[in-house]
Design a protein. Structure first.
Length: 422
């Protein structure tokens, strides 16, 4: 934590406008009072820092040094790291533009690495119309990485040597914990903004540029497509877990949260967008959400490098505010800004914290129709999964955390003249 934080502070202090910086230190997890043993494993990733006089996290710019498209030495160094990678992983966090989704697809084809895509990247809910069935093999999406990491033996085996992350926030807590413990030799983070995002304190190279520019810089590298037993095993693991999830989701005779998350992705049509609530909803969609791939469509509208058309379902959320207030109103604003049919998926407590948003739904100016799906489990179920559930009494949990209710969401919608189905 200390090295990456000081490197970030020093970098920002020297940028315009120059000045002092403030450092926040997170010493413990919220609502977790359990004792944490200090592990010597955190020293494993410091070998490179001990061997030279450079900062642990280096901040780089994509600068061309000639009119012939030659890049600076620091960028060439990153290109060499990627060339030499034996077990590379492309991690896609939150991205917000369809052009960036295209650029990530191009980058994935160039790298030929496994791709772990977050729910907020838009690539988990990818909608691809494509006439060549090889697309799903040319880009290996590890959609079930969250479930794969449940196995300690598999988690210790995965061990990528280079990670390239596109975009910022990662939803999965399990993925963040994995990043803290896997210690890749290089962790390269690419994003357009200068702000820091390194909760696991592992970033070694921070490049402020667009995905498209970064992908273009790699076009000059002539990256070799390597076959890898590591990649093949990941593909088999992902396929096995995916089939197991599909079996259990459809074998249930009741309406479960994994089932809802699974079918919502399949039901979204081409030009729709999704706004995802916090707590359990975004976690369920990140674990069980699923897009679709159609090989039957005419491929006459293929784009560059034979990448097929994305019929994108842009996914957004308000995660990071660490709260549930105003989610419905935010989703309505998102619908206005995106000018798309938006499917808003929220939990019942989130919905009840913003019932004023129902009155905004009646104002249809400059907005296409919205679909609001409320996952009603009658309280804050997320707290049953947090450490506080092991230490607090059932009475305390019920009163102050679960906040169970018997409010009729159906009648609440009727009162605001909103059509509803159950």
């Amino acid at each position: 934590m200390v090295l990456t934080t000081i490197d970030s502070a020093a970098y920002n202090a020297m940028q315009a406008p120059q000045g002092p910086v403030h450092i926040n230190c997170a010493f413990r997890e919220p609502l977790d009072h359990s004792n944490q043993n200090w592990s010597f494993d955190c020293l494993r990733g410091l070998d490179r820092w001990f061997r030279n006089d450079e900062p642990y996290t280096r901040y780089l710019e994509m600068k061309m040094v000639s009119a012939f498209g030659n890049y600076s030495c620091s960028v060439i160094e990153v290109q060499d790291i990627i060339k030499k990678a034996k077990q590379g992983l492309l991690l896609v966090g939150a991205i917000h533009k369809e052009d960036d989704m295209w650029a990530v697809a191009l980058l994935a084809r160039q790298l030929s690495w496994p791709v772990a895509a977050d729910i907020l990247s838009g690539l988990r809910m990818r909608k691809v119309l494509n006439s060549f069935p090889g697309f799903d093999k040319s880009i290996l999406f590890i959609d079930q990485i969250d479930q794969i990491l449940l196995s300690d033996s598999v988690k210790s085996w995965i061990n990528p040597d280079v990670i390239v992350q596109i975009g910022s926030r990662i939803t999965s807590k399990r993925m963040e914990m994995f990043l803290e413990s896997c210690f890749p030799s290089s962790y390269i983070l690419i994003d357009t903004h200068p702000c820091r995002h390194d909760p696991s304190h592992v970033v070694t190279h921070r490049i402020q540029t667009s995905v498209a520019d970064f992908a273009a810089s790699l076009c000059q590298c002539n990256l070799e497509r390597k076959t890898s037993r590591w990649k093949d095993i990941l593909m088999v693991l992902n396929s096995a877990v995916s089939q197991e999830i599909m079996f259990h989701v459809h074998a249930e005779f009741s309406l479960t949260e994994p089932y809802v998350a699974h079918v919502i992705g399949e039901a979204l049509y081409g030009n729709a967008a999704m706004f995802v609530g916090n707590s359990m909803v975004i976690r369920d969609l990140n674990m069980f959400g699923k897009g679709w791939l159609d090989h039957t469509t005419n491929g006459g509208n293929m784009m560059m490098h034979n990448i097929p058309d994305f019929i994108g379902a842009t996914v957004s959320g308000n995660r990071g505010a660490s709260g549930i207030d105003g989610l419905l109103s935010t989703a309505i604003g998102f619908a206005v800004g995106s000018n798309k049919h938006v499917c808003c998926v929220v939990g019942d407590v989130s919905f009840l914290h913003d019932t004023n948003g129902l009155s905004l739904l009646n104002q249809r100016a400059q907005r296409k129709p919205m679909t609001v799906i409320v996952i009603n489990n009658h309280g804050g179920a997320i707290f049953s999964l947090l450490p506080v559930a092991k230490t607090a009494s059932p009475q305390i949990l019920q009163k102050y955390f679960y906040t169970s209710h018997d409010i009729s969401i159906s009648k609440l919608c009727d009162a605001h003249r909103q059509f509803q189905m159950q």
